[in-house]
Design a protein around this ligand. Structure first.
Ligand SMILES: NC(=O)c1ccc[n+]([C@@H]2O[C@H](COP(=O)([O-])OP(=O)(O)OC[C@H]3O[C@@H](n4cnc5c(N)ncnc54)[C@H](O)[C@@H]3O)[C@@H](O)[C@H]2O)c1
Length: 347
């Protein structure tokens, strides 16, 4: 298959590109290269004849039209987005522009290309979204997000992603564009940009600095190893029913404070210091509007597509810590980028 991936220089997009190329697909990666992009994530595929790169903003219709015409994709996997909740609190404008206008522009470029090609039934526009569009859950293990949960986004980030989901659904119902959609839980793993919780914890711990935990660390997330997510996305692209949405979870619910303590314990074993790393934990002012709990009911993707995550939380955290210990050049190069290492979104 020839796949146009947007946001392929980011954390999840690059995992998708690496996996797709390794499985024999041809990929063109459309990425603006924002602060969150890292071309080093694609070093393993950069020389492959199955990989091409186009530095294009997804809001640039003419640029997108040229990519569609040149590469004639069989499918689109749309991951490009502004993606950090704390940054969306300080500056929502980029989120409205990329996540809403950018998705609208992608849909229109894809629709024009698909229409000109005679509306092939096999074409797919796969929109990748988040479980944050569903809002916040109570502390009750019986209650989880399903595909029928009503939308209730509560941050500028999740509201912009919710808007993009509605646009994709509308383009399917109104114009017949062949779409599939996925909403997934928090990802973690290798190549995770060093402003997100898990890399922040690892790198602050190693630096001997305070490890900041928002509020009392009681917020619950369902953690999904990024390589499992990439595998789930290709499964949905290849086997998902037309117009259908699938939730993707890690079956790994954990409180933030427990994630932080687990990482500290792994580091105590792998890189011992003269004190336990957990001594560096510091509780800091909570994020405004911080959603308390996200949890995915994975029944649909499991029963209909036979997909389940393969990596347990403990195994995934160990692999992630190992990767950061072995790839210091990668993360040191990103630590100088704008906003990295600073407290954002506390307003
Ligand atoms: N990270 C998570 O835990 C998570 C969870 C659920 C869903 N998602 C979704 O998955 C997708 C990818 O997330 P990620 O964590 O890999 O993000 P990321 O921030 O690591 O990467 C985003 C990529 O998109 C590119 N980009 C941003 N604006 C662009 C624009 N206007 N035009 C072209 N490219 C642009 C960036 O340069 C970057 O390479 C997003 O749509 C996000 O909403 C992420």
């Amino acid at each position: 298959m020839r796949i146009l991936v947007t946001g392929g220089a980011g954390f999840i997009g690059s995992a998708v590109v690496r996996l797709a190329v390794s499985r024999g697909h041809a990929v063109v990666n459309v990425d603006k290269l924002t602060y969150a992009a890292c071309e080093a994530n694609l070093a393993s595929v950069a020389g492959s004849p199955s990989y091409a790169f186009a530095q294009v903003d997804i809001c640039d219709r003419a640029g997108l039209d040229a990519v569609f015409a040149q590469h004639a994709p069989d499918a689109v996997m749309h991951l490009a987005a502004e993606n950090h909740v704390d940054r969306s609190i300080d500056g929502p404008g980029d989120f409205i522009e990329t996540n809403i206008t950018g998705t609208y522009t992608m849909l229109e470029a894809a629709r024009a290309y698909w229409t000109k090609a005679g509306k092939p039934e096999a074409f797919r526009f796969h929109h990748i979204s988040t479980d944050e569009v569903f809002g916040s859950l109570p502390d009750d293990p019986e209650v989880m997000f399903t595909e029928d949960t009503g939308y209730d986004p509560r941050s500028p980030y999740s509201a912009s992603k919710a808007a993009s989901d509605h646009l994709v659904s509308a383009w399917h119902h109104t114009y017949g564009l062949p779409v599939v959609m996925t909403n997934c839980s928090n990802n973690y793993g290798p190549f995770h940009f060093p402003e997100k919780l898990i890399p922040v914890v690892i790198l602050r711990a190693l630096a001997g600095e305070e490890i900041p935990v928002y509020g009392q660390g009681q917020n619950v997330r369902d953690w999904l190893f990024v390589e499992d997510h990439a595998d789930a996305l290709l499964t949905v692209l290849e086997k998902g029913a037309l117009g259908r949405t699938y939730n993707i979870g890690g079956e790994n619910e954990a409180k933030n404070i427990d994630i932080v303590r687990s990482i500290c314990a792994i580091l105590d074993a792998k890189r011992p210091k003269n004190h336990p790393y957990a001594d560096q934990i510091a509780f800091v002012t909570d994020r405004p509007g911080h959603d308390m709990r996200y949890a995915i009911d994975p029944t649909r993707i499991r029963d209909e597509l036979g997909w389940r995550p393969s990596v347990t939380l403990q195994e995934g955290l160990e692999r992630t810590v190992d990767w950061y210990l072995e790839n210091e050049d990668w993360w040191r190069a990103l630590q100088g980028r704008d906003g990295v290492g600073k407290r954002l979104g506390a307003a």
